[in-house]
Design a protein around this ligand. Sequence first.
Ligand SMILES: [Fe+2]
Length: 185
Amino acid sequence: MLAIFTETENIHTKQFLNTYKIMGYLNLDTEKTSSTAKELNILLADYHLYYQKLRNFHWNVVGHNFFDLHIKFEEMYDDAKVKIDEIAERILTLRYQPTSNFTDYLKMSNIEESSAGSKDLDMVKILLDDHGKLLKQMRKVVETADKADDEGTIDMVGGFIGHIEKVSWMLDAWSMKRGDNHPEV
Ligand SMILES: [Fe+2]
């Protein structure tokens, strides 16, 4: 029978297939990216709980700050909705399955649900606390992605970190008293 490939070509094809099995088309170590996908799935769960809490607060805020916070919370949940999709699609890009059910989100999430009866200032404080949890999980994702040389995930989540830090500053400034200035450096 006539050989289609020479022996050297066969060795190269075998080497390519072996590397492909380990690295995939992303040329990343799939074992290491599975750890990143796990951390991203926790972040996805966190974002779902955070998103629904923002809707809760958008609907249920009352008092003199209604117009400010009603609009701000809508802006924030619109942003969270976009990020939810980006996180899920990054997990798919890494060739793993994003978690899709609320039963699982509730088990996995670092963020807890809130009642509908919180006062406006408490709503802001609860959200600032949630931001701390989101930032902690995002830094975990970055740390895990770094071990896998996964710049794509680091770049995406790095952007999220900067954004949520900025929103946190704004919420914190909103809740501060006049004259409570930040320290000079
Ligand atoms: Fe609305």
